[in-house]
Structure formats: C-alpha cells, structure tokens
Design a protein around this ligand. Structure first.
Ligand code: GYE
Length: 344
C-alpha cells in the first residue's frame, strides 16, 4: 500500500505562520481580558513551541441533489466541515461526470490539501486521479466507489456495501412473499456503483428463489420524477397485470412510483409490495401510511468519517482502503416509532 505525500504549498507555511502567531497571541490576550477570571495558566512544557495551526482546505465534488439521501449527505459534510473549522470548497456536479472532472481539476489548481468526491459513475476516473496523484494531493472517495485497478490512486473509500443492501432487499421480499414474486425493478443511475451492486445483490437472492423473477427493469436515475415516469410506463406495458412487487434502488424512485401506482387506481404496499433502499424520512412516512413495505438503510451521514480521514491524512497516517457505514433494515411496524428521531 502506498502512502501519499501531502502537498506542500510553496511559501504558504512560512508566510502564514507569522499571521497565525500574531492571531494566537491576540486570542490569549483577549481571553485574559474577559469578565470571567481566567483559569490559572499551565506552565508551558520546557522547549515546547507554540502551535500555529494552519486551516485545512478540502475540495469536495458532490454528485448533485438528486435525492433525499443526497441532500442529507451534503448537509452532513458541510456542517461537519464548519464544526471542525475546515475550509470546504464545495462543488455540485448536477449528476454529470464531466462537471466532476472539471471540479477536481480546479481543486488541483487551487492547491487544496485533500480532495474528496463521490463519483457519479464507476468508470473513467484514471486520468484525473493520476493528475491529482502527481500534484501530491491525497484523495478520499465517499459514498460511491470507482473501478480503477490501481488502488494507490486514492487513499481511502468511505461508503456502504451496496451488494449487501441488495441482498437485504431481496431477502426481505423472499420472506414476505414466500419466494413468489413478479418484480418490477427501478434501477439507479446507469453505471453507478449503487445501481450495479444493488442489482447484483438482489439477483443473488433471486438465483436461490426460482419463484421470484424480474419482469420489468429500467433506470429511474435515482430521482422521484423519473421513478414516477418509469412506473407509469411499467403499468401501461403488456406485463402490467403480472407485477406483484416493486424493487426500487432508492426511496425517491419508490416514492415517485407510489404516486404512479395510486394514479393507476392500485394500492401501493398491498396490490404491489414495495421494497426500496436508503431509509429517508419520506420512506418512513410512506411505511407509516402503509404504502411502502420495507426500506433498507443506507446511511448518508458520513461527514464525521470523512473529516476524520482528512485529519488523519494531514497527520500523514495511512488509512484502511475501505471503511463501511453502520446500517439496518426497517419494516412498516417500526416506522411510527422511528419517525420522530429519524435524522434524515
Ligand atoms: O442511495 C441514492 C442517491 O450513492 C448511496 O445515491 C448513494 C445513492 C443513494 O441518489 O438515493
């Protein structure tokens, strides 16, 4: 495993240290002038130099704002940076890889300390990752993985196991239906890690349950609008009457599909059983209303883990290549109790 060198910005350390020392001195002075009596100062350890801390600058390229999950993820990252006094250069790619690559290149030009991003699709990242490596900037991947063979192109990946989420969704449906279901599938963004892996994990379960079949499958791009559109098309297709269950790769598409099912005069959650992934509040509400049957949790609140990694990299520590996120599976019976404390 190769260790990254954190880029040194020429001159920046020296030029800033004087200012920081002056600021630190001011802070000590101001706090000693406060109304409350100051705590007795601890004698400085012999030979200890005053610590002048440089502000960490992180460039983060977010995929977009396609779902409730994404909104919660963005909030978690922005608020955690603020809390830790880390300067965050945040860029929204509106679900386009091209925009993400441009943002990453601009982070190199700005000489940020660490680059983090959530790659919209798995492929096509090697050239820009090579350039980041050449610039000596460590990379943290969050949420979605890349398919680059050379894992020295990034320091660590923090994110969920999407194959396991697919297994959990499939296993819940197998249990709920006694292994018999004609399934419509709403796939996530084509070529994205969660779409590929959630499909694979689910199909692993189908392979063991010959009575469960996917009879319709199409991408709804992880959005509510497209989820609704695609479900409308499914319900107008010749196979419409056979559909007994819906597997949506995220809650937003399931919520869109619920509307389409209702508009077609059917009962979501009863005529068509629905299982989706994420565990956003809207899904818990839909479960409490009896319209969604199960959601497999995918935790978006990874800001603290991201900045733990950033701080470790700044301290020149080597990180594990992958860190997972703790998650659960929820059914209708748990929805009402869980709703008030649900954080996203
Ligand atoms: O499930 C979906 C979002 O990458 C895990 O992206 C994330 C997925 C999430 O749009 O709602």
């Amino acid at each position: 495993m190769k260790k990254y060198q954190v880029a040194k910005r020429p001159g920046a350390g020296l030029a800033n240290s004087g200012i920081w020392l002056a600021l630190a001195a001011c802070c000590v002075f101001l706090s000693s002038c406060g109304e409350k009596p100051a705590e007795p100062a601890k004698p400085a350890a012999e030979g200890a130099a005053p610590i002048a801390k440089k502000k960490i600058v992180v460039g983060f390229s977010q995929i977009g704002a396609e779902s409730g999950w994404r909104a919660a993820n963005t909030e978690s990252i922005q608020s955690e940076a603020k809390k830790r006094g880390i300067e965050l250069k945040f860029s929204d790619a509106q679900q386009k890889q091209e925009n993400q690559i441009n943002a990453l290149r601009s982070f190199i030009a700005q000489g940020v300390d660490v680059i983090a991003f959530s790659p919209v699709i798995v492929s096509g990242w090697e050239p820009v990752l090579q350039d980041i490596k050449k610039a000596g900037i460590p990379v943290v991947l969050t949420d979605r993985a890349v398919d680059a063979k050379d894992d020295s192109l990034y320091a660590t990946f923090i994110g969920s196991d999407f194959i396991e989420e697919g297994h959990r969704a499939g296993e819940w449906l197998a249990k709920a239906t006694g292994g018999k279901a004609m399934i419509a599938e709403l796939v996530g963004t084509p070529g994205s890690a969660p779409a590929i892996d959630r499909k694979k994990g689910f199909e692993d379960v189908l392979a063991k349950n010959p009575g469960m079949k996917i009879i319709k499958s199409q991408s709804g791009d992880f959005t509510r609008t497209k989820g609704k559109e695609v479900m409308e098309a499914f319900l107008k297709s010749p196979e419409a009457k056979q559909i007994t269950a819906l597997y949506a790769h995220n809650d937003d598409m399931a919520l869109g599909a619920i509307q389409a099912i209702e508009e077609a005069g059917l009962k979501p959650g009863k005529d068509i059983l629905i299982v989706s992934i994420d565990g956003v509040k809207g899904a818990f509400q839909a479960m409490a209303d009896g319209k969604l049957n199960c959601t497999v949790e995918c935790n978006p609140l990874i800001g603290p883990q991201l900045f733990d990694a950033v701080e470790a990299l700044m301290a020149k520590k080597t990180l594990p290549k992958h860190t997972g996120v703790l998650e659960s599976v929820y059914e209708q019976s748990q929805a009402k109790d869980a709703l008030p404390t649900r954080k996203y």
